[in-house]
Design a protein around this ligand. Structure first.
Ligand code: ADP
Ligand code: MG
Length: 252
């Protein structure tokens, strides 16, 4: 059984069919890339998977359970972490706090819990979340920056911080929307190694990315989207030499 399955997933915005009958499976343990021209519907697919939008038609299943149209916090809690195409950090908060915000989605923590700090169980849970947050920061080599403000990180570090925050929900599936965008070649190389290590640690990765060198060096499989329709899906070498893909995307 696939970890994630899109079954004829479709969403319309007025007259526009942004995602059109997409069948796609993400297998446990793989790194799958989704490529395609701007406006093809890639981010919209992530928004469908994470519950920001409900599909107009079709179905999305995670670990065999239909998650279509469930609220984002439920889907995150079930084990799907994500980053966004544009950086979304609390820039005036510390690096650590930015990750703890992610961890609290997962932990048995709530606001009234903060008032019950004297309870040993609550303290234990907070200690566990702190440990988890530091662990996630170390995965992207930012543990030494834990007490810096997020705004004082370099651009590449901020993108990595977003990944740490997504990891803090202890996801089975990690969605990365253009993680290498705006990075210099050295930052991209560092990121590539980190994503490989995250997969080695047991997290399935599904990413959208434009940089073909990055995609080819990282992915086990590539799916191609054009005008909301999946036009190819296969091993990187197959996809790269597919005439329809060259016409729609690579040739440009
Ligand atoms: P990609 O990530 O592949 O560049 P998007 O998924 O962001 O593309 O967008 C796909 C298409 O859907 C675009 O034409 C975009 O304008 C449209 N779209 C995305 N979200 C909305 C929305 N909330 N309302 C209307 N149109 C949208
Ligand atoms: Mg996008």
């Amino acid at each position: 059984m696939a970890l994630l399955k899109l079954d004829k997933a479709t969403i319309r915005f007025g007259g526009l069919v942004a995602v059109n009958g997409v069948n796609l499976e993400v297998e446990e343990g793989e790194i799958l890339a989704l490529i395609g021209p701007n406006g093809a519907g890639k981010s919209t697919i992530f928004n469908l998977i994470t519950g920001i939008y409900a599909p107009t038609e079709g179905k999305i299943s995670f670990k065999g359970t239909n998650i279509s149209g469930r609220p984002p916090y439920v889907i995150a809690g079930s084990g799907i972490g994500r980053t966004f195409q544009n950086i979304r950090l609390f820039s005036q908060q510390t690096v650590l706090d930015n990750v703890l915000i992610g961890a609290h989605t997962r932990g048995n923590w709530n606001l009234s819990g903060a008032l019950l700090k004297f309870l040993p169980a609550v303290r234990r849970e907070e200690g566990r979340l702190l440990e988890l947050a530091i662990h996630c920061l170390s995965k992207v080599d930012l543990a030494h920056r834990a007490f810096d403000l997020a705004c004082n990180l370099s651009y590449g570090e901020q993108r990595r911080l977003e990944i740490a925050r997504a990891l803090a929900i202890e996801p089975a599936l990690l969605l990365l929307d253009e993680p290498a965008a705006g990075m210099n070649p050295q930052e991209k190389q560092t990121l590539l190694t980190m994503v490989k290590n995250i997969r080695e640690a047991g997290v399935t990765v599904f990413l959208v990315e434009h940089d073909m060198k990055f995609v080819m060096g990282l992915s086990d499989r590539i799916a191609v989207l054009d005008y909301g329709v999946k036009i190819a899906d296969g091993r990187p070498e197959e996809v790269r030499s597919n005439p329809a893909v060259i016409e729609a995307y690579l040739g440009k």
